[in-house]
Design a binder for this molecule. Structure first.
Ligand code: ADP
Ligand code: ZN
Ligand code: ZN
Length: 797
């Protein structure tokens, strides 16, 4: 018997399965979707691979053998294996990368450096072991020996796949004695054996017969005592799995279903009907902020579970913690598995295995949770479907929405896309009846209204307040609202915004040495940091060009915004939420909990405060800089600005109290801001569609972006130009190509980036040509050129 294996070498030559002989001992149990270690290449280094098929015969002359089988059951089931094929083709990526993307990090290949003897005489130096981990040799102080042997050509270094224990276990102790036996031993124990006596006493005082070794050690019973007790057959010691439960310490009270209003009811019934009919149609649930979309999701899922099926719900990373997750936990308890990046690797793996084993029937998670190994799915929901985070921005560049729709078809179940501000793509599909539109037009809480929105023109107000971050009007409103005991949320829009250091004498701007981008000031660590490559340096006190001391920091960070607000309203209690204050695990949750407990008057933060927050005491939302994102050279700039403003406005007035929103801007007449003021998605949609049509952008055209990067600028641009000529030749008249041009940040990490964008309606040959280009360019990759293809890129700049 022979197995076909996709090996962990992401390259064109290796994207097809390789054939390996299956050793007798594995023949019975080996299945498709299991991971194996196989020798690969001339040096036969060991790498990981996935079994994808079997053959009875093989006419290859020299055939290698599978060395090790890592799983007792497949980690990728039949569905996910065929999804990998779809993904590979639709995202122009390697099958192995697609397969790895679907699995929790703990199951991805790990490679460690090993020392391999290349000559028999070398083995004896390292205690005769055939291969030895380099780390071990280093730790043993044998590095000089290794270096000497390598110089003589007796040993070599290789990366080999390693498989580590991924399950967490705990040492448990079980009492083997009956109570009579226990009393007898206790009576007989020697006076000098104090510890053994203590152990016997402890067990006779307790009903329980199983304890963890850790519990016993806090009782003063050491592991050597346990060893003795084991030898005497008093106890047995065994390992037991410990579940790493992300909700271990959470206090969650159960909740029950609410009575739905008329619109919610219609939406729920339509979705459930499709689920009943096993109809894989796609719904667009367009509901204003606070209209009760989540309650619809919860009730649809409850119903699907009653039918014995499972459910999946995706949310943007940031809005998952903690409110959304606890809403699901409180309704479905341990049936819910949560998968997102704030979990530890172990927690993620354990949650994943609960899904895989069928113990968790509802998955709530961020983008990659779309690959959760659920069987018999009854509904798939994507909340805030317009969010850019659903598209992965490195290879494989998949969009979770496309994967969800594929899985919906596989499982014959409906897919629900929910948003207050749908992506233009999805809304256009609903308009054409490709998706079915479901509308929620009212806030769900009785009497709750959308907030009043006021736009303040920064140009008129400028200088009046003595700060260029806050207008007088906003300061007044913050002061008024907070003095009533109500709370305010302030958004500092980070998109398109940077703070930089400028010399007032010579105009010098402090830039990153590796990238064409200015460094950003971080007060907390007292450093200037590059947000692209991570470069860090100290804050200079003079100009690097002319030595002048007259340097200034431009732009507003959240720290500066906090500081200035305190200067004007010193009594305010402010919580700041940004990358710096939420870096620690659980920090995000704690900040929100404190705000929810009214321990602060103001929550000031970046984009991460815009989504999902549901605090009824928030009556004022202020947007400090509405238009920074509008100036970006990106055709989605208006859409993003409108979505952000509508989302953040939706945080105000969610309870009985009327909310208000104040938007500070230099562009009060820009349509994205005017429609956000009206909170009118439909009008925005019509206007933006008109503009997209004129300019020939999605959703009227499909787009593909090609990027080339190289250390040498001329090689990057030359490659891009060659690609441009080839593409141009193969396209029809209805397609256009923008570029080639340097990217707006042309150099990152010392690599130069060039790009082009193809806009087209229908090009039958395009796919083939793109694959050819990728394949040919693979040869070039040896010379340091990287080409990537991005279908439907989310930004082009
Ligand atoms: P969305 O997801 O559309 O922003 P949510 O589902 O968060 O809206 O609902 C907003 C608020 O309305 C929540 O506090 C929720 O508990 C409440 N709510 C939802 N549906 C109902 C209902 N049918 N009756 C009363 N309150 C509701
Ligand atoms: Zn200077
Ligand atoms: Zn940099």
């Amino acid at each position: 018997m022979f197995a076909e294996v996709i090996v962990d070498v992401p390259a064109f030559q290796t994207d097809m399965p390789y054939t390996y002989r299956i050793p007798k001992e594995f023949e019975q149990d080996l299945m498709c979707g299991m991971r194996v270690h196989v020798p690969f290449g001339n040096g036969n280094r060991l790498i990981m691979g996935f079994v994808v098929g079997f053959q009875d015969e093989c006419d290859l002359e020299e055939i290698k053998e599978i060395q090790e089988v890592l799983d007792i059951a497949p980690v990728l089931n039949e569905e996910l294996l065929s999804l990998a094929d779809f993904m590979k083709n639709s995202t122009f990526s390697f099958k192995i990368s697609c397969m790895q993307t679907m699995l929790p990090a703990m199951l991805k290949s790990k490679y460690e450096k090993f020392i391999i003897p290349t000559d028999e005489s070398a083995s004896e130096y390292f205690n005769g072991k055939p291969d030895l981990s380099f780390k071990e040799v280093q730790e043993n102080g044998q590095l000089p020996l290794f270096l000497r042997l390598r110089k003589e050509g007796l040993v070599d270094l290789k990366y080999l796949a390693t498989s580590k224990e991924t399950i967490k276990t705990e040492r448990m102790v079980r009492l083997l004695l009956s109570s009579e036996e226990l009393s007898k031993e206790l009576a007989n124990v020697r006076v000098s054996a104090k510890q053994q006596k203590r152990l016997l006493e402890f067990f006779s005082e307790n009903e329980r017969t199983i304890f963890s070794a850790k519990e016993l050690s806090t009782e003063g019973i050491s592991s050597s005592t346990l060893k003795t007790a084991q030898d005497k057959k008093w106890v047995e010691i065994f390992a037991q799995e410990v579940r790493r439960n992300p909700f271990k310490d959470a206090k969650i009270l159960p909740t029950s279903a609410m009575k739905l209003n008329a619109e919610q009811k219609i939406a729920t019934e339509k979705i459930l009907q499709a689920a009943d009919e096993e109809n894989s149609k796609v719904f667009l649930l367009e509901g204003i902020t606070g209209s009760g979309k989540t309650e619809v999701y919860l009730q649809v899922i409850a119903n699907v579970l009653e039918q014995g099926k499972t459910a999946m719900m995706l949310v943007p990373e940031i809005s998952l913690t903690p409110q959304m997750a606890s809403r699901f936990k409180s309704r479905f308890g341990d049936d819910v598995a949560v998968l997102h990046s704030a979990l530890s690797m172990g927690e993620k793996y354990d949650e994943w295995r609960r899904v895989e084993a069928g113990k968790a029937k509802v998955v709530v998670g961020a983008r990659s949770a779309v690959f959760a190994p659920l069987e018999n799915i009854g509904v798939i929901i994507i909340d805030e479907e317009h969010e850019a985070v659903y598209k992965q921005d490195n290879a494989p560049r998949y969009h979770a929405r496309d994967i969800a729709i594929w899985r919906g078809i596989y499982h014959h179940c409906p897919v629900v896309l929910g948003s207050a501000t749908p992506s233009l793509e999805s809304r256009a599909r609903a308009y054409k009846n490709v998706y079915e539109l479901l509308l929620l037009t009212q806030r769900a809480v009785n009497g709750a209204q959308l907030p009043n929105v006021e736009v303040v023109d920064f140009r008129e107000e400028f200088g009046q307040s003595g700060t260029n971050i806050y207008t007088k009007r906003l300061l007044e409103r913050i002061s008024e609202v907070t003095s009533k005991g109500e709370q305010a949320v302030l958004l500092l829009n980070r998109r398109g915004f940077s703070s930089f250091m400028l010399c007032r004498d010579c105009g010098f701007v402090l830039k990153c040495p590796n990238c064409d981008i200015s460094l950003t000031l971080h007060m907390d660590t007292k450093t200037m940091r590059c947000h692209y490559c991570g470069h860090e340096e100290g804050i200079p006190n003079s100009c690097g060009n002319c030595n002048s001391k007259r340097i200034r920091y431009y732009g507003t960070g959240t720290q500066k915004a906090e500081q200035e607000l305190l200067e004007h309203l010193p009594h305010l209690r402010i919580l700041r939420m940004d990358v710096d204050t939420t870096r620690k695990k659980g920090a995000h949750e704690k900040l929100l909990e404190r705000f929810g407990n009214k321990e602060a008057d103001v929550l000031l933060g970046t984009q991460m405060i815009a989504k999902g927050l549901d605090f009824e005491n928030v009556t004022l939302v202020g947007v400090l800089n509405a238009d920074t994102g509008l100036n970006l050279p990106d055709f989605r700039a208006s859409e993003r600005t409108f979505q952000l403003l509508t989302q953040v406005a939706g945080r105000a007035g969610r309870g009985q109290k009327q909310g208000e929103v104040l938007i500070q801007t230099y562009n009060p007449t820009h349509y994205a801001i005017e429609y956000a003021k009206k909170q009118d998605y439909e009008d925005f949609y019509r206007k933006e569609m008109g503009l997209r049509h004129l300019a020939g952008y999605p959703p009227f055209y499909f787009t593909v972006q090609i990027t080339a990067s190289h250390k040498e600028e001329n090689l990057a641009s030359k490659a891009m130009y060659e690609i441009f000529l080839r593409i141009k030749q193969s396209l029809s008249d209805t397609a256009t190509v923008l570029g080639p041009s340097p990217k707006s940040i042309a150099r990152v990490n010392n690599q130069y980036f060039y790009q082009l964008l193809i806009k087209y309606k229908k090009e039958e040959r395009l796919e083939i040509v793109l694959k050819e280009i990728l394949e040919e360019m693979q040869q070039e990759s040896l010379r340091g050129l990287t080409i990537s293809i991005d279908r439907e890129p989310l930004s082009f700049m």
